[in-house]
Design a protein around this ligand. Sequence first.
Ligand code: IPM
Ligand code: MG
Length: 359
Amino acid sequence: MNAHFALLPGDGIGPEIVQEARIALDAVADRYGHDFSYSEHPIGGCSIDASGDPLPAATIEACRRADAVILGAVGGPKWSDPEAPIRPEDGLLAIRKELGLYANLRPIKTFEALVDASPLRRDIVDGTDILFVRELTGGIYFGGSTTSDGGDTVVDHMRYTVAEVERIVRFAASAARKRSRRLTSVDKANVLEVSRLWRRVTLRVMAEEFPDVALETVLVDAMAMHLLSRPRDFDVVVTGNLFGDILTDEASMLPGSLGLLASASLGDGALGVYEPIHGSAPDIAGRGIANPLGAILSAALALRHSLGLDTEAEAVESAVDRVLTAGLRTQDIAAGGAAIGTAAMGAAVAEELRAENPL
Ligand code: IPM
Ligand code: MG
């Protein structure tokens, strides 16, 4: 298969880890006889520096022409002045909106080899396998804000339409159908009017269209607690943009490190943006110590969701599993033990992908 990847390395550790995702994709292409090509485009803070725009039109056009987009991370202290008129994060929000990527998939699965790296006890986290489906182009992120009282009163609007809730619930319920047929919808319906709409629509769509999927509704504060006390009880979790942002950072600690986790942002077509959940980690940028596995696993999601290459995606996931089982660790998961760098970890995964006799 011929496929073109638009690479958007972005800021901080973004370029280092996207490079390793590309090396893994090259290994997949060699092994399975595909022809993958790549182009790099600016986004985020480095793009503000270069052109004043965190998402130049040329970047978005290149993404539209690509089969999949691999994004590193955006942001850093250089651009984080609260008074700044433009922020690197604006580029990230704009690419999601422009490409219509309303469904953000964030799989949270423990790795057997790393269960003891989790800050939670093995008996709580072992076997956790949750798929978060976060609504990504609506809610308080995109409701606009109003300022009055000469700047003394500021309101951010949390806004959802029936159509927006319907499509994300359908997306999540379809995913649940392929898993254990259980869906948890998280809201704050005891307080927020928007959440009452969310819940009403969710109950209706599930009853009418997914009678075979068991639905549970949970309030977001209780969910924050359940994630730490009984994470294994959840399968697919659907929630709005802000709650999903917060809960997935919390859940990312279950497998032990934010550096391990991948995400896919999808819409109605095949095109998706794939990025690790972690940020730009400016404190360790340029030192070659960042964990590239979140980016490499994001490339695996791109193979699966945008290219339909399930076998290849599983090969990447299994290669990552094997290098972890073999004991290779970047510093974030080394628990004070021996650690290898970003490039060595990426090379180990690529070598596993090419290996005739895997580890
Ligand atoms: C994420 C990030 C972004 C978000 C930021 C960087 C705008 O935290 O992808 O979860 O809040 O969506
Ligand atoms: Mg976040």
